[in-house]
Design a binder for this molecule. Structure first.
Ligand code: GTP
Ligand code: MG
Length: 218
């Protein structure tokens, strides 16, 4: 099966958003800093057993502190990659602040937080309090380096896996909703429910009735 999904890459200016996307998509790294203007879109592919997941990577320009993300850029995204610079603690504050302000449109999507530029230092600049705050957002934190390539593929894979898990959960929730709708139409009246028989024994048939309606389409 082939799936195509939008993913937004967000974070402060200069943290390495474009470099991470470039490393993942083109396997390249450039020391020169060329600021992204607006948004640059590129395509990366992940493979999971029988699923090919095409990621449309929306690499946003770095948001200045105090600014919110542009909702129209983020709308329709199935996953988010937040990027911070391990050598610059303010880049995480910046992200936490932006996340609180932009909660309505960035919240509750599968996300990973990439702590980038790990090649520059082994001492991560973030404080315990900052990491605790970040932990509340259900971000999976991955230390990586766009320069060396360390953990870059893993970060994208983890996000892809989270997106597929979320897809499975929502398919399951929709199926459950369909079933409660089905019972709803029957008014929850036992005598109107279909008689389900799953074999010869009355015990098994009884168990099936207690579990809910038969799977539709059978
Ligand atoms: N040492 C090191 N430098 C990095 C790494 N990632 C990015 N850089 C450098 O950091 C600078 C900024 O990188 P970009 O990828 O352009 O950052 P950005 O977040 O896309 O910046 P904006 O588009 O302005 O928001 C460039 O000079 C990169 O070479 C890394 O992992 N290690
Ligand atoms: Mg950029």
């Amino acid at each position: 099966m082939r799936l195509r999904r939008k993913v937004c890459v967000l974070g402060a200016p200069g943290v390495g958003k474009t470099s991470l996307v470039r490393r993942f998509v083109d396997r390249e790294f450039d020391e020169d800093y060329q600021q992204t203007i607006g948004v640059a879109i590129s395509k990366g592919t992940l493979t999971f057993d029988d699923i090919t997941l095409e990621l449309l990577l929306w690499d946003h320009e770095g948001a200045e502190p105090g600014l919110q993300y542009n909702p129209s850029f983020i709308s329709g995204a199935s996953g988010l990659i937040f990027v911070v610079d391990v050598a610059n603690a303010s880049t995480l504050d910046h992200l936490l602040e932006a996340q609180v302000k932009g909660r309505g449109y960035t919240g509750y999507r599968p996300s990973v937080l990439v702590a980038n530029k790990i090649d520059l230092t082994h001492d991560i600049a973030f404080t315990k309090q900052q990491l605790e705050k970040a932990g509340k957002h259900d971000w999976l934190i991955i230390q990586a380096s766009a320069k060396s390539g360390d953990n870059v593929d893993q970060a994208f894979m983890k996000l892809g896996q989270r997106m597929l898990d979320a897809r499975k959960k929502s398919a399951w929730a929709i199926r459950r909703k369909d079933r409660s709708h089905y019972w709803g139409e029957l008014g929850h009246r036992r005598e109107l429910r279909p008689k389900v028989r799953c074999g010869g024994s009355a015990g098994r048939a009884g168990r099936s009735r207690r579990r809910g309606p038969p799977a539709l389409g059978r």
